[in-house]
Design a protein around this ligand. Structure first.
Ligand SMILES: [Zn+2]
Ligand SMILES: [Zn+2]
Length: 328
């Protein structure tokens, strides 16, 4: 049976049969989902959501089962960005579908990839070559990490990354692979140790505060979901005049500006909003031959699709989980 797991804010996940999946119209492709990564932003959406039909899952990889497109053949490994553009607006025409105001978000009431199969328009599909399925499952988060790294390195050499979760780690790995030496900090000792094992310079937050070092760039990959404290309020301790701050993690509570403090440092603060198809494709070229070396260390758990509640429970434990995958 083809099915999906749908989230209800009162009752948790339920299994729902997928009907009419066999019909693949022109320019469409039927994809069998193989892995779906659990992401920190899923918790943000689950905690905010009030309703019965939230469909999660935006980090995914699958294999083409049937194709009505000249660009994809049966057996091809494929994925997509986390947003599917309308295909018509000015942003979509230059593959900036993350900026399309009429886009479909994976992880909304409309669609998520916690499902066995999906019919997808070819314009939303990305062909993956030169990856194993497991490392391909990390590509979305690796693409976000690579985008962060590319933005950060333009702004200076002294780069601080707050939060040693998958996004923080992959940003640091991308920077390292490009010859830079960022500092990655976290409050969780296990996460710091894990980062060090991956060859990243990493420290505990408290220790770093005592050093009073200032940075050209501060990237906040923390957010405040699941009772996390969030790196936002520590920004003023790490900046010098003109520093650039990139906010990546999701905040459920308000991020308050102390306008005097921020004015004093003339800080430039930017929020990251996903990645476009072009950025995703560029990052695939970057990670090919590289991501494989980190894959086993980054994945800390596998769960069946039916056991997705367990998967989320495990993923919320920051001591144990780094990237938890749903395996089909
Ligand atoms: Zn994600
Ligand atoms: Zn559009």
């Amino acid at each position: 049976m083809n099915f999906e797991m749908v989230f209800d804010s009162d009752k948790g996940f339920r299994k729902e049969e997928l009907k009419n999946i066999a019909f693949v119209s022109e320019h469409n492709v039927l994809v069998e989902i193989k892995y779906v990564g659990i992401c920190g932003s899923d918790f943000f959406y689950m905690n905010k959501y009030r309703g019965e039909n939230l469909r999660l899952g935006h980090e995914w990889v699958g294999v083409v089962k049937e194709s009505n497109s000249l660009n994809f053949s049966i057996g091809d490994m494929v994925t997509s960005t986390a947003t599917w553009g309308c295909g018509k607006c000015a942003e979509c025409l230059i593959e900036n579908e993350n900026q399309c105001l009429d886009n479909i978000v994976l992880g909304s009431e409309k669609i998520g990839m916690l499902r066995t199969q999906c019919v997808i328009d070819e314009k939303n599909l990305i062909l993956l070559e030169g990856f194993t399925l497991k490392s391909a499952a990390l590509l979305e988060v690796a693409a976000v990490g690579h985008k962060i790294a590319c933005k950060a390195k333009i702004e200076g050499d002294d780069i601080l990354i707050l939060g040693a979760g998958p996004v923080g780690l992959l940003s640091a790995i991308s920077l390292k692979e490009q010859g830079l030496d960022p500092l990655l900090i976290d409050v969780e000792p296990n996460r710091v140790e894990r980062a060090k094992k991956l060859g990243i310079r990493a420290k505990i937050l408290g220790e770093t505060l005592l050093l009073k070092t200032k940075y050209d760039v501060v990237v906040d990959c923390t957010g405040d979901s699941n009772e996390k404290i969030g790196g936002w309020k520590y920004l003023p301790y790490f900046v010098r005049p003109g520093s650039y701050c990139l906010i990546v993690g999701h905040y459920e509570k308000a991020c308050q500006f102390d306008s005097h403090l921020f004015g004093k440092f003339a800080l430039r603060v930017e929020w990251l909003k996903g990645i476009s198809g072009n950025e995703y494709k560029n990052s695939i070229t970057f990670w090919r031959g590289r991501l494989e070396n980190y894959t086993n260390d980054l994945i800390t758990g596998y769960f069946k699709l039916e056991d997705v509640s367990e998967a989320y429970k495990f993923a919320s434990n920051l001591k144990k989980s780094l990237k938890t995958l749903v395996e089909l």
